[in-house]
Write a new protein. Structure first.
Length: 251
């Protein structure tokens, strides 16, 4: 079983009011790691210290999103947080056609080279639009072919593209390049909110079991939006993974 982290974007509203309180809350739930999406005014080293004092580590980082212009900042923040896994993503226009994907790949390859030289691994966090077909192929497949040094943080819910794609097949296809999995659940209906793991239509065991245990480092719980209490859903998601022997926590 792999350790369980939580993407703190899930609790962004609470974090704006009390970021340290959110860190304490997810530690109490049992999470082994956190994946920040912003530090809410704290220095990276301070976040690392607080997280460590709570018995957790920073699994990976979403902030700032790497780009051609900010790689020095990305390197400094990752060093302060104590993580080697940095994550970036792209918008719909970056995957609208093959030419756009080629341009995206050029940016990715530039970033991979610079970050690798600093000892960091760049992983792509996908959305649903990477799993549309472009000229008979999934846009995701085109980018991965053009960017062989890019690693994956497969968002397994978005990879399903609302039921059009089998996310477990996609995880299996890229298991040699996937150190991070975003696990989330929902109705697989565009525009409808996510739910706690195990309460939606995703086959969570299948997507986790499709990964390579020698490569996968973390399971990262994320809910973008939730119709119920977000903190409760984050806690229920952790409990689902632990109770079904799908992930390892501190409790």
């Amino acid at each position: 079983m792999k350790p369980i982290s939580v993407q703190l974007y899930s609790l962004r509203q609470e974090a704006q009011e009390d970021f340290v309180g959110v860190l304490k809350q997810v530690a109490q739930m049992g999470y082994k790691g956190v994946e920040p999406a912003g530090l809410f005014g704290l220095a990276p080293q301070e976040v690392r210290r607080i997280v460590g004092d709570l018995g957790m580590v920073v699994s990976s980082n979403h902030g700032p999103w790497p780009s051609r212009e900010n790689l020095s900042e990305v390197i400094d923040v990752a060093g302060g947080l104590g993580t080697q896994l940095v994550v970036s993503g792209f918008g719909q226009d970056d995957f609208k056609d093959v030419d756009a994907i080629r341009a995206t790949a050029e940016t990715v390859n530039f970033m991979v080279e610079k970050l690798s030289a600093a000892g960091l691994t760049l992983a792509l966090h996908n959305h649903w639009w990477e799993f549309r077909e472009i000229e008979g192929r999934l846009a995701y497949d085109v980018l991965m072919e053009l960017s062989p040094g890019l690693q994956c943080e497969i968002d397994t819910y978005w990879a399903a593209n609302f039921g059009a794609v089998d996310p477990a097949e996609q995880v299996a296809k890229y298991k040699a390049r996937t150190p991070l999995l975003h696990v989330k659940d929902g109705p697989l209906v565009q525009g409808e909110p996510h739910v706690a793991l195990g309460a939606g239509k995703m086959d969570i065991p299948a997507v986790i079991q499709a990964a390579d245990p020698e490569v996968l480092e973390w399971l990262v719980v994320e809910l973008d939006e939730c119709a119920t209490d977000m903190a409760q859903a984050v806690a229920e998601s952790y409990a689902y993974l632990v109770e079904n022997a799908l992930g390892e926590g501190n409790k």
